[in-house]
Design a protein around this ligand. Structure first.
Ligand code: AMP
Length: 116
C-alpha cells in the first residue's frame, strides 16, 4: 500500500481519529481499534516504513526508540509486574494487515505461547 493510502499515515495526519497515548517527533502511539487484550497499543514511526523488513541501518535508532516508548507505555499502564508482549508482525503470512511498521503492546491478561 502506498504512503498516500496508508491508514496509519492518515492517523498521524489527523485525517482518521485515534486515541493517542504518546506523541513525539519520531513516533506516535494509540489504542488499537480492535483490542486483543485489556491493553493493546500500537507504536508507529511518523515516517512511513512498510514493515520491519524495509528498515535499514539508518533506522536503528528509530527502532530502538519505538521499543523504549513501548516499554514506557506498558509501565504507565501498570504492566511491568504482570508482563506484556511487544509484537511486530512482518508480512501478510505473519499476520501483518497494515503495511506501515508498528509494534503492538499487549497486556493485562495471561498471554499464551507460542502465538497462533
Ligand atoms: P497487524 O495485523 O499486525 O498489521 O496490526 C494492525 C492493527 O491495526 C490491528 O490490530 C488493527 O486492529 C489495527 N487497526 C487497524 N485500523 C486501525 C485504526 N483506524 N485505529 C487503530 N487501530 C487500527
Amino acid at each position: 500500500m502506498s504512503e498516500n493510502n496508508c491508514i496509519f499515515c492518515k492517523i498521524i495526519a489527523g485525517e482518521i481519529p485515534a486515541t493517542f497515548v504518546h506523541q513525539d517527533e519520531r513516533c506516535v502511539a494509540f489504542d488499537d481499534i480492535n483490542p486483543q487484550a485489556p491493553v493493546h497499543v500500537l507504536v508507529i514511526p511518523r515516517e512511513h516504513l512498510e514493515s520491519l523488513d524495509e528498515a535499514s541501518q539508518r533506522d536503528e535508532a528509530l527502532l530502538g526508540h519505538m521499543l523504549r516508548v513501548a516499554a514506557r507505555i506498558a509501565n504507565e499502564r501498570g504492566l511491568s509486574e504482570s508482563g506484556y508482549r511487544t509484537v511486530i508482525n512482518t508480512g501478510a503470512g505473519a499476520g501483518q494487515s497494515v503495511f506501515h511498521l508498528h509494534a503492538h503492546v499487549i497486556g493485562g491478561r495471561a498471554l499464551a505461547w507460542p502465538p497462533g
